[in-house]
Write a protein that binds this ligand. Structure first.
Ligand code: CTP
Length: 379
């Protein structure tokens, strides 16, 4: 239901097809209210004889969510005994099956075989998520992924073939944590929202994305291969490992600039006076890894400034050998850390800068990737 709502809100024309099983759970009227379009249920009803042909032909993408074990089996074997199964056979559009079932049914050899068969027919399968299943069934792989994740997959199916297909893209996101002792650390307010939005958008455009995440406050999309890191040292190691084969590095993370010179191995006890912390600089990840960049790769950095933004950002572009720098004003409300929106200025190597309006981080991610694609085309 939520998926149908999200798709409709995104401007899609959504035709809902309900199997008999689906109608046991929800009434068709509810879907009609969400999509504003008639819901289809019958294959042989009067006046509906050719519905399967028409619906199959009109669809840009067919999504079966949730796909039961029974439906995956029927799809894998080309059965056409109800409207939904017949649509799969009658169409040439892309098909996304989103299986959701009991974890033991999902791991049964027959289901594995059906899934493999469906894949070999060109159907995309979105693996079920781990988590609590039906009442009393504990937890395991079988849950339907969140609607937002299914949306990302639909986006990727519809957009496949864009210029990020086959491109290796690293995105870093979030804050690092530099330990003071086993329970305390130095960090910053980065939520990782901008980096995750960029990784999602690059993935939707067909990119081969690796997200290198520090600490992030939002769920990491399960479809994106992710390396979790904690300190600047760990993040730097992960970037150094991936950079030599990457076409694009987007350094959206906020690595800490300082760390305690000494890390206590035991919890520092509360004393009458607070301990004095001696800090030392961390390495700059961009500076220390940039020599490993592939020829013609595109490197994007962010610049978080409170004063002299353009001047400082241009200096960062030079000193860090960046192709693009995205300038953020740390003091502006509605921009920067934690919030869902951002207002930035994008500066290129030639010094040309583009001041963008306040927009959602999701929209900004798309726009920044358009710039990255332009850079890639220019090499
Ligand atoms: N960056 C990095 N390694 C660090 C700190 C920052 O690679 N240890 C990257 C950030 O991910 C960002 C860019 O460098 O893409 C600029 O980060 P910013 O915090 O604006 O600047 P700093 O280089 O830390 O310089 P300053 O704090 O003096 O502004």
């Amino acid at each position: 239901m939520w998926l149908a709502r999200l798709l409709t809100q995104a401007g899609a024309e959504v035709d809902v097809v309900m199997t008999r099983g689906a109608r046991e759970f929800v009434g068709p009227i509810t879907f009609e209210a969400v999509t504003g379009r008639p819901v289809h249920t019958d294959i042989f009803g009067p006046g509906h004889a050719l519905d399967h042909i028409r619906l199959a032909r009109e669809a840009n993408v067919i999504v079966v969510a949730p796909a039961t074990a029974d439906f995956v089996g029927r799809a894998a074997h080309g059965l056409a005994d109800d409207l939904l199964a017949a649509i799969l056979l009658a169409g040439e559009s892309k098909v996304l099956l989103v299986p959701a079932m009991n974890d033991r049914m999902w791991s049964h050899a027959q289901t594995r075989r059906n899934v493999a068969q469906a894949r070999s027919l060109g159907y995309e399968i979105l693996e079920p998520a781990e988590g609590p299943l039906a009442v009393g069934e504990g937890s395991g792989p079988g849950r339907m992924p969140e609607p937002e994740e299914i949306m990302s997959h639909i986006g990727r199916l519809l957009e496949s073939g864009t210029s990020l297909k086959g491109k290796r893209i690293i995105v870093t996101a979030g804050a690092t944590r530099e330990p003071i002792d086993p329970v305390r650390f130095i960090s910053n307010h980065s939520s990782g929202k901008m980096g995750v939005a960029l990784a999602r958008a690059a993935w939707r455009r067909g990119g081969d994305v690796t997200l290198i995440a520090g600490h992030v406050d939002i769920p990491i999309p399960t479809e994106i291969p992710t390396l979790s890191t904690s300190t600047v040292e760990e993040m730097s190691r992960a970037v150094a490992e991936k950079l030599p084969t990457a076409d694009v590095l987007i350094m959206a993370a906020a690595p800490a600039d300082f760390r305690p010179a000494v890390q206590a191995s035991e919890k520092i006890k509360k004393l009458r006076s607070a301990p004095k912390l001696e800090l030392e600089p961390t390495e700059d990840i961009l500076e220390s890894t940039i020599s490993k960049r592939k020829k013609k790769s595109v490197i994007v950095g962010f610049a978080l400034e409170t004063t002299d933004g353009i001047k400082n950002a241009k200096e960062k572009l030079k000193s860090k050998d960046l192709d693009l720098v995205v300038l953020n004003d740390a003091k502006e409300s509605g921009a920067g850390f934690g919030v869902d929106t951002n207002r930035v200025t994008v500066i290129g190597r030639n010094g040309k800068h583009e001041e963008l309006e306040l927009m959602s981080k999701t929209d900004l991610a798309e726009l920044l990737l358009d710039r990255v694609e332009e850079e890639l085309r220019g090499r």
